[in-house]
Design a protein around this ligand. Structure first.
Ligand SMILES: Nc1ncnc2c1ncn2[C@@H]1O[C@H](COP(=O)(O)OP(=O)(O)OP(=O)(O)O)[C@@H](O)[C@H]1O
Ligand SMILES: O=C(O)C1=C[C@@H](O)[C@@H](O)[C@H](O)C1
Ligand SMILES: [Mg+2]
Length: 200
């Protein structure tokens, strides 16, 4: 992972955007239930930074739960709000750990904002493990899963991989405890900071 992130670090630095690496938001992406919220909280704790869960932020700003937003206003409305909040966070905040909702990164404008202003980690979990271990935990709370057959969910899982492939670094989660995954992210980010901004 280190060599891989090294290349990505050069890529980030070469983009010459205004935000120093150490100040950039760290953004976690991946399929619903992969562990973005759980691992994001742990990363924030380890780096002494604030954690923002975009789903929770949407619920706070809208005064409604996500299932209520889907039911009362529809998915298109949810995606618009989600996009606006993420772009707002990407352009107006620094030093945060952001966990995105599982579908947010499918929107091109979201990807562009995240890649330009933050450091994007893809939390990668295999379909088999997701189906066995995570699906039972989240099936009742994620409206996108409602009324879908397992085949349809599998199709959604694989359809989304091409968007998630656009990241700065990837953490293969299979068999990793949330704590271990968070530690891996922290080590790789500190290594990148030291290599590319050694004197800060
Ligand atoms: N590494 C892990 N090992 C085992 N269970 C985990 C791990 N990470 C998360 N979980 C569990 O999986 C469930 C989903 O985790 P979480 O809510 O963090 O996913 P998410 O990626 O934020 O999902 P969403 O995209 O829907 O917001 C939770 O019950 C959590 O406790
Ligand atoms: O994968 C998705 O499309 C979603 C995942 C959740 O995090 C929420 O953002 C919402 O339930 C939609
Ligand atoms: Mg989450």
């Amino acid at each position: 992972m280190r060599c891989w992130l090294k290349e990505k670090g050069e890529f980030i630095v070469n983009r010459q955007t205004a935000i120093p690496l150490r100040e950039r938001n760290i953004i976690l992406i991946g399929f619903m239930g992969a562990g973005k919220t759980t691992i994001g909280q742990l990363v924030a704790k380890k780096l002494y930074r604030d954690f923002i869960d975009v789903d929770a932020e949407i619920e706070r700003r809208q005064g409604m739960s996500i299932p209520e937003i889907f039911a009362q206003k529809g998915e298109a409305y949810f995606r618009k709000v989600e996009r606006e909040i993420i772009i707002d966070l990407c352009t107006k905040t620094r030093l945060k750990i952001l966990s995105l909702g599982g579908g947010a990164y499918l929107q091109e404008e979201v990807r562009r904002a995240c890649l330009a202003h933050g450091i994007v980690f893809f939390l990668d979990l295999s379909w088999d493990q997701w189906k066995e271990e995570r699906l039972p935990l989240i099936v009742d709370s994620r409206p996108v899963l409602k009324n879908k057959t397992l085949e349809e969910v599998e199709q959604l899982f694989f359809q989304r991989q091409s968007a998630y492939a656009l990241h700065h670094s990837r953490v293969v989660l299979n068999e990793l405890e949330a704590e271990q995954a968070a530690q891996q992210i922290v080590e790789s980010i500190k290594w990148t900071w030291d290599v590319y901004e050694p004197n800060r």
